[in-house]
Design a protein around this ligand. Sequence first.
Ligand code: BGC
Length: 378
Amino acid sequence: MKKFRSITLIVSILMLASMFLAACGPAATPVPEEAAPEGESLAVGIVLPTKDEPRWIQDETRFKEALTAAGYDVEILFSQGSSAKEKENVEALITKGVKVLIICPQDGAAAAAAAEVAREAGVKVISYDRLIRDTEAVDYYVTFDSVAVGAAQAQYLVDKASGTGNPLYLYAGASSDNNAFLFFEGAWNVLQPKIADGTFVIKNSSEAVALQDKATLTRDEQAKIIGQVTTNWDFNTAKGLAEANLTVATAADKGDVFILAPNDGTARAIADAFAADTDVTSYVVTGQDAEIASVQYIIDGKQSMTVLKDVRTLVADAIAAAVAYLEGGTPEETNAYNNGVIDVPAKPSVVVTVDKDNVKAAVIDSGYWPAEEFTGLE
Ligand code: BGC
């Protein structure tokens, strides 16, 4: 078939493209003329969870940049928060003849059905960023080290705290997302000893307080805490929960507070709620994704840190894995993640802690975002 004609060329073009992207960043990515002949289709389909969060628009943009630079047309569909829509998207792509599916599930367990439909059709399934759970029909997992993300967030809070009795507010992602558990696990590993020694006092979760003497939590125990402090990855839910927590808390529970916020969107919502409370003297709040709005919040001193997960790397890894499958090979594996049924081979990428001190070097000088996006940069 024409589209499989020159896989070696595709690989070299993609490698060049990813090196080029890593060097230049998103704004200045012209399509190399010799590499963009006629927009041939690659037998790969991509399904992302929602357009309503900047994180996934970022992934779409980075995929388009990498694929356009390599001269390929690949369809990217969004599930808009619906597992039913996600399955329809997968079926549509199978009908169009994709051989590899790159899918970031809206709901990790619900996506098992879509993965199984793909497996039955002989399509390789690459779980992207979030793990598809409770099925054998996942071939590979392209991911960041999500336990390290949670650990980096918690370590930031620990490094900024001194003395004892510091008020700690915990927030988590959606319990339908396996990553929410990994982030929480990484954070708990670092925070729990500092709760046990009195550095922090949990203020907004009776479930976490009940489990605070346990260094390691089972998934069910994590689920109890996450169920109580979930933002559902939704800004309004995060804002409402933070406001409700602040309403119940006394002035003594406030003062200089420490907040574990799971990602940038929820961090901005939670930070705004804490900033508006006159009993809060100062706050340290975490995040992740290095979203443009949060990088600006960091520059402005409204969000303390974020965890940069370089989506360019994830995209390059996903494309390399897809090409490996199209060539009849298998992608590189350094780790495995259990999805409740099988150990899924993976190659997790490293993450970087970013705050006001290194924001320019880590986010702008690295080419991740162009300086023009921001005001007040020194
Ligand atoms: C991703 C995060 C993202 C969150 C909400 C997680 O699975 O790893 O980067 O912020 O979902 O969309």
